[in-house]
Design a protein around this ligand. Structure first.
Ligand SMILES: C[S@@+](CC[C@H](N)C(=O)[O-])C[C@H]1O[C@@H](n2cnc3c(N)ncnc32)[C@H](O)[C@@H]1O
Ligand code: SF4
Length: 472
């Protein structure tokens, strides 16, 4: 349990959460995957799953619609106010057809056993109750849901009502994630997402006490300062959110043109953003939250913290999970990603192309990657570092029958550098991130990533730390 975390200097932390460093939801990172992917790997993993002993799976359903545009948003979504538009109805029908493809693929064989079901987007509460129930029925036909443990859904507080939340409780949803971003009204105006505190409080009141409530926050938005963001953090603590995801704003106006609708000159500087994250981490830890990792915090009694303490914490394609390991994650809907043992695949984003593929009875995959043995062992080390901040050399030897230091050429040198910078402790047995190293966990993990060999941002981070050492 961490009761204190070191406060790095601005220079030490300046490489933190550098957008050039892969986030490692997958390894290899999506940028390395093939666009002309043959799908053969996907189909052979699907066949293998039919006869596998372990059929545990996670399912993610992507709903690519929202009622209002938030200027900061980078999610794959379309803003359609009229929910009866053919494009909307056709896409929901296509999602249903995609679920049925899995039903058909497994036929009479034992179905995958879904332990975790997540609805995201876009905005899942964009669906009417009837549409949601219809898709749930199809999911129950295609997969076994008897052992479902985690049933999670993202909601937009502006467009969800207390009655909707009560219904979600009764459907068995036990994890709700609300997009909060910031409670400050000036920030909310600037990002085109006005949601008064009273609205949130009313919704929170109706969330079942057994449900884990997550708030998403973003730092780096217009008008935010360390002071205003600290007020937002205090409000989250007062409301009693069980989990908090504190994201660094990813500003990509070249890709998401609506990002340019916000005045960049009103956004906090890089140093201010660093201070905001450090402030948030310190405040939450003092208030009794645990830093689960990267940008996630949870109350001590939350299932995520308990899973971590019992060594059961895992990562799915959609973030931290109470399940140690999923070999099988099905992503359904436009743009969704699947991970079946040794393959990653991504669904096509275009709504028309998605509908066309499933109508033709084909999984709507447009790119993917088959992992070779080297990818598999690098993935294991990277994911373990992101989860627990450590990896033991003997575990590597046991798992892969290889000596870790000889397998990864140049590892000793890279570790020595990290040690000098007080980011890791490494001995003959293991590599372990120091408390300071937790801020840099992606950069530490990156030394095992053969697809990001240029490591320009690690070099930048490293140079910044060196500079600090000289100055201090
Ligand atoms: C996929 S959105 C869906 C949630 C739901 N539609 C809502 O807005 O409440 C999930 C989260 O992604 C985060 N997000 C969206 N755009 C972002 C960006 N450009 N940078 C960082 N985080 C972002 C926000 O915190 C948002 O709540
Ligand atoms: S933040 Fe949520 S509600 Fe806003 S546009 Fe993105 S997905 Fe839609």
């Amino acid at each position: 349990m961490l009761t204190q975390i070191p406060v790095p200097t601005k220079k030490q932390i300046s490489g933190y959460r550098n957008t050039d460093t892969p986030y490692y939801t997958t390894y290899p990172p999506g940028g390395a995957w093939k666009n002309d992917y043959s799908k053969a790997g996907f189909y052979s993993e699907l066949d293998a799953l039919k006869v596998a002993d372990n059929k545990d799976a996670a399912v993610y359903v992507h709903v690519p619609f929202c009622e209002k545009l938030c200027y900061f948003c980078f999610c794959y979504t379309k803003i359609v106010k009229d929910k009866n538009k053919p494009q909307v109805l056709q896409t929901i029908d296509a999602i249903n057809k995609e679920i049925q493809l899995y039903d058909r693929a497994f036929g009479d064989q034992e179905k995958p056993v879904v332990r975790q079901l997540q609805w995201g987007g876009g905005t899942p509460n964009y669906l009417t109750e009837q549409q949601f129930n219809h898709l749930m029925d199809s999911l129950r036909n295609a997969f076994s849901m008897d052992l479902l443990e985690e049933f999670a859904l993202e909601v937009d507080p502006r467009t969800v009502s207390s009655e909707d939340i009560q219904k979600l409780n009764s459907f068995g949803v036990n994890r709700i994630s609300m997009g909060i971003q910031d409670f400050n009204s000036q920030v909310q105006e600037a990002i085109n997402r006005v949601q008064p505190l009273d609205t949130i409080l009313k919704l929170v009141e109706t969330v079942d006490s057994a449900t884990s409530l997550n708030f998403d926050l973003i730092y780096g938005l217009p008008h935010q300062t360390v002071l205003t963001f600290s007020e937002t953090i205090d409000t989250c603590i007062k409301i009693g959110a069980d989990r908090l995801s504190i994201y660094c704003y990813d500003h990509t106006p070249d890709i998401h043109r609506h990002h340019a609708l916000m005045d960049q000159s009103l956004m906090p500087s890089k140093n201010e953003k660093i201070e905001m994250f450090i402030m948030a981490a310190q405040t939450l830890i003092s208030a009794g939250y645990e830093w689960i990792g990267i940008d996630h915090f949870a109350k001590r009694e939350d299932s995520l913290t308990m899973a971590r303490d019992q060594g059961k914490l895992g990562r799915t394609l959609n973030g931290y999970s109470v399940f140690r390991e999923f070999n099988t994650e099905f992503g359904i809907g436009p743009s969704a990603i699947s991970s079946l043992s040794r393959t990653y695949t991504q669904n096509v984003k275009d709504l028309g192309a998605h509908a066309k593929a499933v109508q033709a009875g084909e999984f709507p995959i447009f790119r993917g990657w088959d992992l070779d043995n080297d990818d598999l062992l690098r993935r294991e080390v990277i994911m373990e570092l992101l989860l627990y901040g450590r990896y033991s050399f003997s575990e590597f030897e046991q798992r892969f029958e290889k000596d870790m230091l000889s397998y990864f050429k140049g590892l000793s040198g890279a570790l020595e550098k990290l040690q000098r910078d007080n980011l890791v402790e490494a001995n003959d047995c293991a590599i372990e991130a120091t408390p300071l190293g937790r801020y840099y966990i992606h950069q530490i993990a990156k030394i095992f990533d053969k697809y990001s060999t240029a490591s320009s941002d690690y070099v930048r981070t490293h140079a910044a730390i060196k500079l600090h050492e000289k100055n201090s």
